[in-house]
Ligand binder design. Structure first.
Ligand code: TXA
Ligand code: MG
Length: 334
């Protein structure tokens, strides 16, 4: 008889004893979902190819899509990558934090982690529980977002459980992510030509200021799942709810009133004149940090709400607004 391998995830709060248990699981080559300040990650020992392969199986992620390696200490960077002066400037300024650097890789990094590319993406996360787990385990941890491939990234342990609860055993619950959008990714393979591959909470302007030079913008949204990818996270359709998402530069009261309750309306700020089960907002006052923090949760809730479509307002302004709108465009892409 065929043995079924159904597993059920357990949530851990992160007592010292639990962290030691999770560290041992990682050392054995098992997967642990971890909280970060951006989104939850699905972690494995980055130098263990067999362990990292399990990430792709659990997520249903194509092996052409490389992983981000997380480290506890700046000293670990040179173990896996060839840092250059620009990388050190950004690392010293923004780490620990929501910034990922793409650098030439060292041979110890397994091909499965870098999708066969000669580069590796590296980040030092800020979340205190994840940092403790990195330290206690003594490992470098490869981790993409902890969601089934293509779906909205998880910002709570409950989101991870809903998507991967039957595929993984361990979830470290560190509360809701404080930033709520995946890290900014900068390509620094050529330090003379830094390139922003994915916008995030560390803004384009902040990167240019820190480096004292122009940072190029990658063309986003044009790559296919199969083709060779410089940044496979730039897949057009990504972060997508099942319910179609329609983007608007702003909503008018008339438009919302005439739509009926099968259409959900997700405002940036709390609207004054409208209410009902189909009226939602991201932040009471519409601050960009509040919008970013709530965006993925709100999309997930509305996706479960049996609406015909989800209408969303695009954020206004630059900086974090660009990262928010980047995720919204991907959510709306079909
Ligand atoms: O905030 C984050 O970045 C979260 C947390 C868990 O750290 N991670 C995350 O990983 O969102 P995710 O699912 O986006 O996957 C990693 C992405 C890839 O899709 C790709 O865009 C980029 O990182 N990446 C990884 N290695 C790369 C490389 N060598 N060159 C270019 N891009 C790379
Ligand atoms: Mg992801």
């Amino acid at each position: 008889m065929k043995k079924t391998s159904a597993v059920t995830a357990r949530l851990f709060r992160g007592t010292p004893r639990e962290l030691a248990q999770l560290a041992r699981a990682l050392q054995r080559g098992e997967l642990v979902a971890v909280p970060t300040e951006t989104v939850y990650g699905l972690a494995a020992d980055a130098l263990n190819a067999r362990a990292c392969r399990k990430i792709f199986t659990a997520k249903g992620r194509p092996t052409t899509d490389p992983l981000i390696v997380h480290l506890h200490d700046l000293r670990d960077l040179a173990r896996i990558a060839e840092p250059n002066a620009a990388a050190l400037i950004l690392a010293r300024k923004f780490w620990p934090g929501p910034l990922t650097l793409v650098l030439p890789k060292k041979p110890v990094v397994p091909d499965i982690v870098s999708a066969g590319l000669p580069s590796v993406a590296v980040r030092m996360p800020q979340h205190p529980l994840f940092r403790r787990l990195l330290k206690v385990s003594g490992l470098l941890l490869a981790a993409p977002s902890a969601n089934p491939f293509g779906y909205v990234s998880p910002t709570t342990a409950e989101h991870v459980c809903a998507g991967l609860g039957k595929k993984i055993r361990y979830i470290l619950d560190g509360g809701p992510a404080t930033i709520g959008l995946e890290s900014t990714i900068v390509d620094l393979r050529d330090p003379a030509k830094p390139r922003l591959l994915r916008p995030g909470a560390i803004t384009h302007a902040a990167l240019q200021k820190a480096l004292g030079r122009r940072v190029l913008l990658a063309k986003t949204g044009l790559r296919s799942v199969r083709g060779a990818q410089v940044s496979p996270g730039l897949l057009k359709q990504h972060y997508s709810p099942r319910t179609p998402v329609v983007l608007h530069s702003h909503f008018t009261v008339k438009q919302v009133r005439s739509s009926g309750e099968k259409e959900a309306w997700l405002f940036l700020a709390k609207p004054r004149e409208l209410a009902g089960p189909h009226i939602h907002w991201l932040d009471p006052r519409g601050t960009l940090a509040g919008i970013a923090r709530r965006l993925f949760s709100a999309l997930r809730e509305l996706d479960d709400g049996r609406f015909r479509r989800i209408h969303v307002e695009l954020a206004r302004g630059s900086g974090l607004a660009e990262a928010i709108n980047d995720r919204l465009r991907r959510a709306a892409a079909r």
